[in-house]
Design a protein around this ligand. Structure first.
Ligand code: APR
Length: 320
């Protein structure tokens, strides 16, 4: 049986890291696509030359022609502009919306059966626009945010408790922006919910609140440190986890930006929700019950995403 084909649309910091991780995990053959001449070809060749050392059996190629992604099983989209210090994810909207149009058309023409994972920011609005531009079924187009935001929260929690991050689960809902909702009730250490750990004296409410806020600001913290771009190792690792769940039909329960058609009370929008990812793409949205406080925070986040979607519609009339 032929190896799966993974197309990476955008060969910048995240795209290159995605290619490296996909190769190291031998998820399939990888094609990098970018409009920057030589960049996808150079990164593909560089990674291919690590193959004999790492013992990787996979083809790596780079292209600036959409024909090169033909028949891809998975497309991961990072094409666009990344944040610089002082910019919010929303500042990227106008530029990246145009990029989503060309990417959507390219995928529709050459890889219409792919499972598409969008990473380009502002994420929830871009994945919504990408699905519309591509015309692919909504359950085959999703956005990577929740896995990354949850990973950041898990990292902070594991450090605070001095336990293995393997035993820390966390759950972040809502839009991938300042209004995201790290769910304290549904985050655990080995099954013990965080509120119980406060009662047990493992941490305090103040410390937990600070970790929640640090999670919300996680992207900006990295941008502030790097100064020339935004995070790429953790975003790439997170998207690879989603791609692997699809390619291996793992039925993983992962938070991601999925198309909601009434789910959690959200209509015709992409927003971060718990999902099941398997060979069918987004096979299920887990309709968890939120308490009053969580619902209020979730509503604020959904409203922020709605504002970005409306802005997209204002810029490109074909999205109405
Ligand atoms: N088609 C294909 N590639 C494009 C296009 C396009 N129309 N426009 C830009 N690109 C490419 C750029 O040439 C660049 O190589 O997208 C790549 C983006 O790479 P980086 O600038 O290194 O950005 P990166 O850190 O990878 O982040 C990409 O993901 O997390 C989000 O906010 C982030 O929106 C940004 C995206």
């Amino acid at each position: 049986m032929a190896r799966p084909k993974i197309a990476l649309i955008g060969a910048g910091n995240i795209g290159g890291t995605l290619a490296h991780l996909a190769a190291l995990k031998e998820l399939g053959d990888v094609v990098l696509f970018d409009i920057a001449d030589g960049l996808p070809q150079g990164k593909a060749l560089d990674i291919a030359e690590s193959g004999p050392v790492e013992k990787i059996d996979a083809d790596m190629s780079g292209t600036s022609d959409y024909a090169g992604i033909a028949g891809a099983d998975v497309c991961i989209v990072t094409a666009g502009v990344a944040r610089k210090p002082g910019m919010s994810r929303d500042d990227l909207l106008g530029i990246n919306l145009k990029v989503m149009k060309s990417v959507g058309e390219g995928i529709a023409a050459h890889a219409p059966d792919a499972f598409v994972i969008c990473i380009t920011n502002p994420l929830d609005a871009m994945v919504w626009a990408l699905q519309k531009f591509s015309g692919l079924p909504a359950h085959k187009v999703c956005g990577m945010a929740g896995v990354l935001d949850s990973a950041r929260f898990r990292h902070f929690l594991a450090e605070e408790f001095n336990v293995s991050m393997r035993d820390v689960t966390a759950f972040v809902l809502g839009g991938h922006g300042d209004t995201m909702v790290p769910s304290v009730r549904y985050s655990t250490v080995a099954g013990i919910p965080l509120p119980d750990l406060i009662e047990m004296g493992w941490t305090t409410q103040e410390k937990l609140d600070a970790m929640v806020q640090r999670t919300r600001d996680g992207g900006a913290e990295i941008v502030g440190l790097l100064k020339t771009g935004s995070a790429f190792y953790a975003p790439a690792a997170s998207a690879i986890e989603m791609a692997e769940a699809y390619l291996k039909d793992q039925k993983r329960v992962l938070p991601c930006a999925a198309y909601c058609d009434g789910d959690l009370g959200v209509k015709d929008m992409y927003v971060g929700v718990p999902t099941v990812i398997g060979a069918g793409g987004i096979e299920k949205i887990v309709n968890i019950k939120l308490n009053k406080e969580e619902q209020e925070m979730f509503d604020v986040s959904v409203k922020a995403v709605q504002g970005l979607v409306d802005a997209c519609k204002g810029i490109d009339g074909s999205l109405n």
